[in-house]
Design a protein around this ligand. Structure first.
Ligand code: 6PG
Length: 470
């Protein structure tokens, strides 16, 4: 009875939704959960799709239910549980069977896991899945990494269950071993930066312009009809207009301002730092989440230091128009940095990451899906090897249009004490990146002064030292 096309292990929300999505797309799917009670519960909730599902009590039964070579998607908590599940599966599987880790794994774990499997005859796929619970159920963006020769066995199912952008599936094989999980990590890093910049703009409207949540929601809803059109902007409008049924007041005003983080944003920043690629918007977003979590300390600091004086905005309408463009400029920095990090990793790990394809499969299904990504995919398709998104013709032009508003908003915010760490990082990034003559000549002079580290001269070859102390 090896007639299931694929198997899913782990029937918590993400795994359950992925299994239902596969079933709905006409594929028979074997399912297994550590506790069978959960599998029974899942089957009860499957409605018409039960005929497409093969519930299994044991792992042996599960493996035998799948058509060889067997693809098995593991959707359990990232880290140790994935290793445990893989160890349990390995002895039951046969040559060319495929273990697919679809969780938010650290790509370094994926590299290790693939390495540990290399003499087993099995193959390993590290697969990034974005889109949250809804995406898993109705069409996520799927970033696949692993042996290319194993991809055709799963390509049909993955493309079928993925989101579609104008009929194009948002699923692709991106490179060997850790490529898929790395790209998913950077997706999340960009997600952090995007969310932080949106939150900064919300803060300015709330605290400086003294706008009520509903009015701010209306602004975001309007922006969602323009160049900022995206999933994150649309849910921001939704979150801001929601009313708490218990108190009949805006839900947003009752949510504690301390953000959680599971690690992917931080991993993005760490990997960027490891490779020496600036990802300042992502770093700022990670740092802002950490500071947000220190609620008690911030309240104490406000008591000790007070808030900076703030003036009224002379022309709120113009200010809001500039906020929209500032957000767009900030987005350019975040995405340019994210893609630059992927480009560096692609070289370091020899992945050959296809930048236009990555932008394409992020156009729908994932958390950062947006109109903007379609423009990025066009820019990279025209010039896949460009050093940085900001110097492509389309984005240099766009930046020219929103650079002024970004400066206006950041400088105004600094003068009036509105925190804009991610937007401010974008201004500094652009200004440092675009300046051919920087100031590191002085840093080199200092390094040579205190440590005899040497420097290059503009007028001569070789390493040189300065005439310090002579
Ligand atoms: C996605 C999300 C998803 C999840 C993150 C959030 O692409 O579907 O990014 O992966 O929401 O785990 O991460 P934090 O808890 O770190 O915000």
């Amino acid at each position: 009875m090896s007639n299931a096309e694929i198997g899913v292990i782990g029937l918590a929300v993400m795994g359950a939704n992925l299994a239902l999505n596969i079933a709905e797309n006409g594929y028979k799917v074997a399912v297994f959960n550590r506790t069978y009670a959960r599998t029974e519960e899942f089957m009860k909730s499957a409605g018409d799709l039960v005929d497409q599902l093969v519930p299994c009590k044991t792992l042996e039964e599960f493996v035998n239910a799948i058509r060889p070579p067997r693809p098995v998607i593991i959707m359990v908590k990232a880290g140790g549980p994935v290793d445990m599940q893989m160890e349990a599966l390995k002895p039951l599987m046969s040559d060319n069977d495929i273990i697919i880790d679809a969780g938010n794994a650290n790509f370094r774990d994926t590299l290790r896991r693939e390495d540990e499997m290399k003499d087993t005859g099995l193959t390993f796929i590290g697969m990034g899945v974005s889109g949250g619970e809804e995406g898993a159920r109705h069409g996520p963006s799927i970033m696949v990494g692993g042996k290319q020769s194993s991809y055709p066995r799963v390509q049909g199912v993955l493309e079928a269950i993925s989101a579609k952008y104008k009929d194009t599936p948002c699923a692709a094989w991106l490179g060997e071993n850790g490529a898929g999980h790395f790209v998913k990590t950077i997706h999340n890093g960009i997600e952090y930066a995007d969310m932080q910049m949106i939150a900064e703009v919300y803060g300015i409207m709330r605290d400086r312009l003294k706008m009520e949540p509903k009015a701010i929601s209306d602004v975001f809803a309007k922006w969602n009809e323009g160049p900022l059109e995206s999933y994150l902007i649309s849910i921001t409008a939704e979150v801001l207009k929601a009313i708490d049924p218990k108190t009949d007041t805006p839900m947003i005003n009752l949510i504690l301002d301390a953000a959680g983080q599971k690690g992917t944003g931080r991993w993005s920043a760490i990997e960027a730092l490891n490779m020496g690629v600036p990802a300042t918007a992502i770093e700022a977003a990670v740092a802002a989440r950490s500071l947000s979590a220190a609620k008690g300390e911030r309240l104490h600091a406000e008591g000790v230091l007070g808030l900076p004086a703030s003036t009224d905005v002379a022309d709120p309408e113009k200010f809001i128009a500039d906020l929209e463009l500032a957000l767009l400029a900030g987005k350019i920095a975040a995405y340019a940095q994210g893609f630059a990090v992927m480009s560096a990793a692609s070289k370091e790990f020899d992945w050959g990451l296809p930048m236009p394809t990555i932008a394409k499969i992020w156009r729908a299904g994932c958390i950062i899906q947006s109109r903007f990504l379609d423009e990025i995919s066009t820019a990279f398709s025209k010039d896949p090897d460009v050093a940085n998104l900001v110097i492509t013709p389309a984005f240099s032009k766009l930046l020219g249009e929103c650079d002024g508003p970004l400066r206006h908003i950041v400088s105004e915010s600094v003068l009036n004490g509105s925190p804009v760490p991610a937007l401010a990082s974008a201004v500094s990034y652009f200004d440092t990146y675009r300046r051919g003559q920087g100031t590191a000549n002085l840093i080199q002079g200092q390094r040579d002064f205190f440590g005899a580290h040497g420097f290059k001269r503009l007028d001569e070859e070789g390493d040189h030292h300065g005439p310090w102390g002579s």
